[in-house]
Design a protein around this ligand. Sequence first.
Ligand code: C5P
Length: 217
Amino acid sequence: MIEIAIDGTAASGKGTLAKKLAKKYGFVHLDTGLLYRKVANELIVKKKHTSLNIEKYSFEIARNLNFIEIKKENLRSEETAKLASLIATYPRLREILNSKQKEFVGNNKKKFHGCILDGRDIGTKILPNADFKFFIDACIEIRAKRRLLEKNISFLHENDEKCMLQSLIREMKERDKLDSSRITSPLVPAIDAHVIDTSFIDADELLLKVTKIIEGI
Ligand code: C5P
């Protein structure tokens, strides 16, 4: 089974790349951020996100995660992302979710020619022997603009749009900082990863770049 590890910052284009590659090659794909988001979302829904026992509750939720359920939900809010990033600093939670991710790969080995996982620690921790590793990044202003476009909001005043953009930049900076500075599995490129900056290229250009590397063209 061919393994492809894609890591990178939020809104860098890694998720779209993973989906496009999976479609192109018929590989199975897992957006590992969804696991962290699902645990965060459950904590919010169950009103446990402010509890002193948040760690314990997050472990319980993580142990009972169901992959099929996750794919059907909308877990894209910034509140969920922020909490996901916080709980992603818990080493025990990462252990539980890491084994779920490895289990996913193992379960799909016979069914698919290849698997693609995207997240923050795929190349360094989950698939350290991946056939191809990519680390995708872009400048913060461009990533925030992409997030804003995804939200598909029509603003009445230009100033409202500017405010929202500034607040997205702040939130994304905070999340990047937390993700890259945590002790367990920080967001860093694997030493053998192809690092690609998507600030000035679109999703199709990125796909082309990556397929050239995979196919050795
Ligand atoms: O990729 P996404 O933005 O959905 O991830 C949400 C959060 O989950 C990230 O900010 C990060 O803290 C955490 N995460 C992680 N390791 C992964 C995937 C996501 O720590 N493999």
